[in-house]
Structure formats: structure tokens, C-alpha cells
Design a protein around this ligand. Structure first.
Ligand code: SAH
Ligand code: SF4
Ligand code: F3S
Length: 382
């Protein structure tokens, strides 16, 4: 009996000692979902006895949380790993997380020399196991088993700010826009039950958080399995009911990002009009001002339909800030299509726009289309 106890304690202490002093440096690229995943991973690591450091050079373990939305983001990983291997004083264990990890899985070991573990977006909750296994046995990879796997737990999250919290409410994407890799890296849409979202917002509020961001690839496609938590809240969609339910928690400021134009309805603007704590900001990515290009992109709406939504936002009783994303140089885009985009931008008067050069992503339908817009045209600055 006594022996068994000793053996058990030695195992425990061996675990503690293995983690003790192990410093982890985590670098995050990509969207808010990646930032949120990193916050969860940092919390998990701290709970499991690792020391999270901002000093890359003293780190025993370096984790790169990657994005694959554009080719450039993916190439950054290749050069970054090379630099770590050649520059850092301590030869750290190198782990790759995020969308590149989820998409590439085990093949990353062959593509990039020096990677020790690969941890997909579906496996973020198992980061400590990945490190342990990589240290013990060399290479390790985990990209999850089921497509719908996602770790919603935010209990141990180390947030980037004491006052602002990112709260994933929907993960994945079912839209399959022809240029986009996200449906492949993040899988199908899954929504967190509203009762759980509200519980988390109330807890964040009690802990002093002032601003909560409801995040997801397409928040207004929010579709939980039950209406639990939304009873008594009006709205034409589950998302507008959720907005009203979250507003009712009394938290000071609520933002939501990103909105998908086809699923964005007037009722969401009504909710902003009704509730002061729903921030007066809408990010509504348009991608192009040409209905012809929108069709090639498979966005599921015409430019007229988009502009009608913009008109409703502008008619709000509050001054709503409007931001967007635009892709320039989609395959087949003509000068006329581009000029339609310029006119649309003038009409909408966006407060800010993220503008991207089209980047062909292997595996997407647009990758098979003839990319006939020259680099010079995509780069053209006027
Ligand atoms: N779900 C959001 C966008 C998420 S991806 C939406 O549908 O609007 C963020 C942005 O990256 C997109 O809005 C788009 O402008 C850009 N993007 C995605 N794939 C791209 C590609 N292959 N080339 C260039 N930009 C791309
Ligand atoms: Fe990509 Fe389209 Fe999904 Fe946005 S809606 S993440 S652009 S596939
Ligand atoms: Fe990039 Fe993945 Fe987000 S591809 S934009 S990190 S969902």
C-alpha cells in the first residue's frame, strides 16, 4: 500500500519537475479566433506548470499559431521556423498550431525541417500532451478526430487584456466562398449554446471585464441546437435574439465580428438601435463591388442586396461605424469590375477597409480558375 503511494507521488513530482522552469513562447498570427485559441492555450500551459514568456530567446518551447488564409501568411511559417533554428541560443522544441497545422497535419514534418509537434485547431485543449509527447518521443501530431471538435472552455483563459474579452460563439464556416481556405481549416459551423454564452458574459462582467467581443468566422450565422437562454428575447434570427440577450446582461460594451452579408439582417441594426451597450460598429466584408465577381466568389448575394443592408445601417438612429474587407484581382476581374468596386467604396463611405490582393489557395475552387490579373495590376496604387 505504502509503496503504491510512493510510486504515485513520484509520478506526480516527476510531472511537476518536467514542467518546472520550462518556458514557452507563443506567437500568434491570423484572426481573432487564433488570438482566442492562443489565450486558451496560454491559460492551459500556466495551469499545467509551464512558464509563459515573452522572451523568445530564453524559451524552451516555441509555438507558432498560424494562419493560412493567404499564401504570404503560410510562407511566413517556413521562414520563421528556419530563423528560430539558426538564431536562438537555446535549441527550443518547435510546435505549430492553428490553421496551417490543421490543414497540413503530419505532412508539415516533411515540409519544414525542425518542427517537433503539430497541433490542429481542433486539438488546442491538448497542448500540454503535445509538448510532453514531443519531448519524450520526438515528433507528435494531433489534428483532432472529429470534424466538430472544438474546445470552448474559457475557464483558464489568459486574456490579452483585463478589460476586453474575446468570446467565440460560433466556430467553422459552411459558406465555401470559392477563394477561401477557412472552411477546410476550421470545419463545419458549430454554435455555443446561448445559456453558456450568457453565463460566461456574466462571469466576465463579475471579474471586471468591460468589453466583450462575440467572435466567429460568421457570427450572424449563429445557430445553436436549442433556444436555451434565448427564451423571451425577440428577433428574426438566433443571432439577433442573442444580441438582445447579451445586452440584457448589462455588460458595458458588446462588439461582434465577423458578419457575413447574406446572413446579416435589419433586425441586427434594430438591436443596436435599442441597446446602448451594443457598440455602434459593424464589420461587413463585401469583397467586391461587382455582382458578377460576387457570383464567381459564391458569396450568395448581389451588390444591390449588400447596398440595401448598408442603407439600413446608415439609417440607424446611432452613428454606426462601418468597416469591410475587399479582395482585389480575383480571377476574371476586369477593369469594369474593379471600377464597380471603387464606386461601391465611395457610396458606402467605409470608416476602414482591409484590402487584400487575391491569393490562390490550393484546394479551393478559385485555385482552378485562371488567375488572369497581373501582379502589376493587383499592386497598382492610385
Ligand atoms: N468570414 C468572413 C471573412 C473571413 S477571412 C467573410 O466572409 O467575410 C478574412 C478576409 O480574408 C476575407 O474577408 C477576405 O477579404 C480575405 N481572404 C480570404 N481568402 C483570401 C484569399 N484567398 N485571397 C485574398 N484574401 C482572402
Ligand atoms: Fe471564408 Fe467565405 Fe467562410 Fe468568410 S464566409 S470564412 S470568406 S468561406
Ligand atoms: Fe487565418 Fe485560420 Fe483565421 S486561416 S484568418 S487564422 S480562421
Amino acid at each position: 500500500m505504502q509503496m503504491a503511494k510512493v510510486a504515485c507521488f513520484s509520478g506526480f513530482w516527476a510531472d511537476i519537475l518536467r514542467h518546472e522552469m520550462k518556458k514557452v513562447f507563443l506567437e500568434t498570427w491570423g484572426c481573432q479566433m487564433n488570438v482566442s485559441d492562443s489565450e486558451r492555450v496560454t491559460g492551459t500551459l500556466a495551469r499545467d506548470g509551464y512558464q509563459v514568456t515573452t522572451d523568445e530567446n530564453s524559451a524552451d518551447i516555441i509555438i507558432l499559431n498560424t494562419c493560412s488564409v493567404r499564401e504570404k501568411a503560410e510562407h511566413k511559417l517556413y521562414s520563421r521556423v528556419g530563423r528560430i533554428r539558426h538564431k536562438n541560443e537555446i535549441k527550443p522544441v518547435i510546435g505549430v498550431m492553428g490553421c496551417v497545422a490543421q490543414l497540413e497535419g503530419e505532412t508539415l514534418f516533411d515540409k519544414i525541417e525542425g518542427v517537433d509537434f503539430v497541433l490542429g485547431t481542433r486539438a488546442v485543449g491538448r497542448v500540454s500532451t503535445a509538448i510532453d509527447e514531443a519531448i519524450k518521443n520526438g515528433r507528435y501530431f494531433d489534428v483532432g478526430e472529429r470534424e466538430d471538435e472544438y474546445d470552448w472552455t474559457v475557464a483558464d483563459t489568459h486574456r490579452h487584456s483585463p478589460y476586453v474579452a474575446f468570446l467565440p460563439i460560433i466556430e467553422g464556416c459552411n459558406k465555401f466562398c470559392t477563394y477561401c481556405i477557412v472552411p477546410f481549416s476550421r470545419g463545419r459551423e458549430r454554435s455555443l449554446e446561448a445559456s453558456e454564452i450568457i453565463r460566461q458574459v456574466l462571469e466576465l462582467r463579475r471579474n471586471g471585464v468591460k468589453e466583450v467581443h462575440l467572435i466567429g468566422q460568421n457570427v450572424n450565422s449563429y445557430r445553436p441546437e436549442t433556444e436555451s437562454g434565448l427564451e423571451g428575447f425577440a428577433g428574426k434570427s438566433a443571432f439577433s435574439r442573442l444580441l438582445r440577450a447579451v445586452a440584457a446582461t448589462g455588460i458595458n460594451r458588446i462588439k461582434f465580428n465577423t458578419s457575413f452579408p447574406r446572413d446579416f439582417n435589419d433586425d441586427m441594426v434594430d438591436a443596436i438601435d435599442e441597446h446602448e451597450n451594443l457598440c455602434n460598429w459593424v464589420h461587413l466584408p463585401v469583397q467586391s463591388g461587382s455582382s458578377r465577381v460576387l457570383k464567381l466568389m459564391k458569396r450568395g448575394h448581389t451588390i444591390e442586396k449588400y447596398l440595401a443592408k448598408i442603407d439600413r445601417i446608415k439609417a440607424s438612429s446611432r452613428d454606426i461605424a462601418l468597416t469591410t474587407d475587399i479582395i482585389v484581382g480575383f480571377p476574371g476581374e476586369t477593369e469594369k469590375d474593379f471600377q464597380d468596386t471603387v464606386s461601391m467604396v465611395k457610396y458606402c463611405g467605409f470608416d476602414m477597409a482591409y484590402m487584400f490582393k487575391y491569393s490562390p489557395r490550393p484546394g479551393t475552387p478559385a485555385f482552378e480558375m485562371v488567375d488572369d490579373v497581373s501582379e502589376a495590376e493587383k499592386h497598382y496604387v492610385f
